[in-house]
Ligand binder design. Structure first.
Ligand SMILES: [Zn+2]
Length: 416
């Protein structure tokens, strides 16, 4: 299958999208969490309509839905979806983003002009070494770039553009979805799976070229509420039960050399206390529980209950409540019921001349929630690196590999 990708147009899109501040805010209770995300969403709906996707529309929450209709005999084939998120991470400065384009990269050090202390070099960023001769896009060193996930958006729009410019490529209907607030875990909250109307989808939100992810953590959070008995400290003898001490007693039982984010990698799960707040009367500890096997969550939660009971028993009048809140589940549980979905992504990458690698995500994605909402959704690479960082970068040559994979994916969905 012969086709060309308009790389310069894709680069212009990436730069334009990155320049728009779309940072999410986890302290906001609205949807989207920040109104400014709609600036990019509205622009994308306009851009898709201008390309000829007549039904492209932004809804009240800032989600964009659009359809690229299928062609000829493939017009009635089942639709599949391509999804990316417009928001950027609240972890780093996300305003006044000034993307810097480095053409014909020479393999040396890239000094970022806005803060020359921020440098990229293949010695520290090995994948850069494989990008000699590429067009690299970085930040100016003062903010994140937002290639997470604007590289994915630019790749999806460029895939649409590529398919429209090559009427000989047979494909079925493709649904496009742009979501908000993925970075704060709410990307699937208002996603209308029924309206989207696809049998499966792919988030284009992954990392290095070739990486296709079909597994996320299964995740719960635990809220530990320690109830003490407060009395004026001057008259507290034999009467006070200090909930702060109860909480630290429980935390002292947490393992230090294992089961924590700082001591685990790959397929290992963890128990991660990340917030503690309280006084003598009441102390609340918030804990993240992660495991690739959902059954492993219960094991960890039971262990916390055992520690809490043992501690509470030592404090007269004290009580510890353990509340488990479900966050998301490993999408593999759904994807293994639909093996074709991931297999087609693998085949598409191979058809584009790329070696597909399987990865697991030590976190969640929109896809993990969407899979359980009835839309099986693995994650495909964008080619971008160093997400949520002032050192974020992406090669436009690598982005083209994602577009080539997505064009082949469209052809494979039409042929099967
Ligand atoms: Zn992302």
């Amino acid at each position: 299958m012969q086709f060309t990708v308009d790389r310069e147009a894709m680069l212009r899109r990436l730069v334009a999208y990155c320049e728009i501040d779309t940072q999410a805010d986890e302290n906001s209770t609205t949807c989207p969490s920040t109104e400014k995300q709609k600036t990019l969403s509205a622009r994308l709906a306009d851009e898709l309509r201008a390309l000829g996707l007549d039904d492209a529309e932004m809804d009240e929450f800032g989600y964009v839905y659009a359809t690229l209709p299928g062609r000829g005999a493939a017009a009635e084939k089942p639709a599949f979806g391509l999804i990316a998120h417009v928001d950027t991470s609240p972890a780093v400065n996300g305003s006044d983003v000034k993307p810097v384009v480095h053409r014909d990269y020479d393999g040396g050090e890239l000094v970022l002009p806005g803060d020359p202390s921020v440098r990229l070099h293949p010695d520290r960023d090995a994948p850069l070494g494989e990008c000699v001769g590429h067009t690299i896009v970085t930040t100016d060193g003062t903010s994140l770039l937002g290639a997470d996930n604007k590289a994915g958006i630019a790749e999806i729009v460029t895939t649409v553009d590529t398919l429209l410019r090559h009427p000989d490529i047979v494909h079925g209907p493709i649904r496009i979805g742009f979501t908000v607030d993925e970075e704060i875990g709410r990307g699937a909250d208002k996603f209308d799976v029924e309206r989207f109307g696809a049998t499966a989808a792919y988030t284009i939100d992954g990392g290095p070229v070739g990486l296709i992810e079909d597994e996320t953590f299964s995740a719960d959070s635990v809220v530990l509420t320690c109830h003490g008995v407060n009395v004026h400290p001057g008259y507290a003898k034999g009467k006070m039960t200090n909930s702060v001490k109860m909480a630290t007693d429980v935390l002292a039982r947490f393992p230090h050399d294992r089961l924590s984010p700082e001591t685990t990698a790959g397929r290992e799960g963890y128990i991660h206390p990340y917030s503690i707040q309280g006084d003598e009367e009441k102390t609340v500890v918030k804990i993240l529980i992660r495991d690739f096997d959902t059954a492993g969550l219960a094991t960890k939660e039971n262990e916390i209950r055992t520690w809490a009971e043992a501690v509470a028993a030592r404090y007269p009048g004290g009580r510890i409540d353990v509340e488990v809140i479900e966050s998301y589940r490993n999408m593999r549980e759904i994807l293994e019921q639909h093996p074709d979905v991931v297999a087609r992504a693998d085949r598409a990458a191979r058809a584009a001349g790329i070696e597909a690698k399987r990865g697991v995500i030590r976190g969640g994605t929109d896809g993990s929630r969407l899979s359980f909402m009835g839309l099986p959704t693995p994650n495909i690479f964008t080619g971008a690196h160093n997400f949520h960082s002032r050192r974020e970068w992406v090669s436009v040559d690598d982005m083209e590999k994602t577009v080539r994979t997505l064009v082949h994916l469209a052809a494979i969905w039409a042929a099967d």
